[in-house]
Design a protein around this ligand. Sequence first.
Ligand SMILES: [Zn+2]
Length: 382
Amino acid sequence: MKIYKGYVFRIYPSDEQKILIHQTIGCNRFVYNYFLEEKKKEYQETKRIKSAYDQIKLLPSLSNTYPFLKEVDSCSLRNTLFFLENAYQRFFHGSGYPKFKRKGVLESYKTNNTKNAYHGKIYESIKVDFQRRIITLPKLKEMPFRGYRHQTEFHGDIKSAVIRKDATKYYVSILVEEEVPISPFVPKTIVGLDLGIKDLIVTSNNEKIKNTIQINHKRLIGLQRGLSRCQKGSKNHYKMKLKIRRLYQKIRNARKHLLHDITNKLINENDMIVTEHLDVKSMQKNHGIAKRLAENPLSEIIRILTYKAKWKNKRLIQIDRYYPSSQTCSVCNYQNKNIKNLSIRTWECPMCHTMHDRDCNAAVNIMFEGLTQYMSELRTTL
Ligand SMILES: [Zn+2]
């Protein structure tokens, strides 16, 4: 089975390379906006638009009019036209009309790995040398990187790279096509997860995983107040803005680390993971960065577990969320309707007199329900 895996490296470009990265991002924005304008006119007049392939043919003549386009990675410009086409596809499927790109905080461009055979040797435009800790990218050439200390090579083909800058740092994510052998799935371990709010996750092993992402709201509000006091376009305004961006970036990174720690542990320790389907309400997306970062990360955890399970030949089983996991005694199956009250944290089963922790008992039930579902799936495939 072929899978795509992304590897993110922090890169350390020289001042010259930084300039070229900014130039490339700028040129991509220029090409995006130029062809968006074209497509807009075309769409108004004919209700039809040119495909990305047709627009790519126009790039050489555009580069003659605007010679600065010739200085940057031409592959990235072609990719930008595909991004524009995707934006239109989303528009045709009900999303908003594509917007012009403005200079922003998180900016990036994508380039592809091209292979050339020369004198019997194969040259690739994107290379990662784990021994020398050097990454090679089209036009930019070599630069040092950090990350993946224990990796000595990629086990597959590099397909593409996205070069990205945030407020102060530079990253590249490399997409690698890897072949994973399909081995028979023989589960030995299973865990049930009760997804909550106070404790993020309680497992059927009675482990409690807390949401430790902290947002310093006081500081954020203070900074935003400071920003509103600075005159727009002034040096202090810019400095304040940078401080806010850095704070957001810090929270974003902490969140990402936490989610990967949690999901790695779950995936590595268990062959089968059972959860309830999340309800739509908890999946609702908030607008605004601060709200989005503060929002409960459970749906993100499920998303990560889904692809990691696929990578590692494990199973993620999601059960019906109307299954009464909290009310059922996991020892004798007695259904205790009194437990509906969310304030009850521990209870004693009136039938078998087992003392239950509300969430752990629910997690055990979820585990059994998942196991039942898996067994019935097995029976139908046999
Ligand atoms: Zn009982």
